[in-house]
Design a protein around this ligand. Structure first.
Ligand SMILES: [Fe+2]
Ligand SMILES: [Fe+2]
Length: 164
């Protein structure tokens, strides 16, 4: 896993400096947690535990990546003339507003169908919810679906807007 240089950005404001400290300390905490999960997965004799910890590791790797990208983007924005930040600016105005709204509405419909389907599946698995991992896994997908809906709503709310 790559590490970002921990030197605060040059010419940063107080707010940027505080945020930088917060982000980089979070990157370190996430890395420590990831190592702990990895050790737990390696040490256990339980395949079920190993499987679930594997899912957590996937999430933590993603969190680590996003925190790194947040810190790198903060650096790019604080140090003027550094080019494009890895996390793009809010340039939704570059896309046709009508088109974005059509796409997000369509995707929101699919996500809502997916949510209803997962709810049904969860009910179907009720009898085995404490004897298999299946129910808890479907529950995680329900949480993912909530996340997808939140992201799409964000895009919809900001369609056509320019914020930089
Ligand atoms: Fe995390
Ligand atoms: Fe989804």
């Amino acid at each position: 896993m790559t590490d970002l240089s921990e030197k605060p950005p040059v010419g940063a404001s107080v707010w940027e400096r505080d945020l930088w400290t917060h982000l980089t300390s979070h990157v370190r905490a996430e890395r420590a947690m990831l190592e702990e999960y990895q050790a737990a997965a390696d040490a256990t004799g339980s395949k079920a535990l190993q499987y679930l910890v594997g899912l957590l590791i996937d999430d933590e790797i993603r969190h680590h990546k996003i925190f790194q990208e947040l810190a790198e983007s903060l650096r790019t924005c604080a140090e003027l003339g550094q080019g494009e930040p890895v996390i793009p600016a809010m340039d939704f105005h570059q896309a046709d507003k009508r088109e974005v709204l059509d796409i997000t509405d369509r995707l929101l419909d699919s996500e809502r169908l997916d949510a209803a389907e997962l709810k049904r599946l969860r009910k179907e698995l009720h009898d085995v919810k404490d004897t298999t991992l299946w129910g808890v896994l479907v529950e995680q997908m329900q949480r993912d679906t909530d996340k997808h809906i939140a992201l799409l709503r964000f895009v919809k709310r900001h369609a056509g807007s320019r914020r930089f």
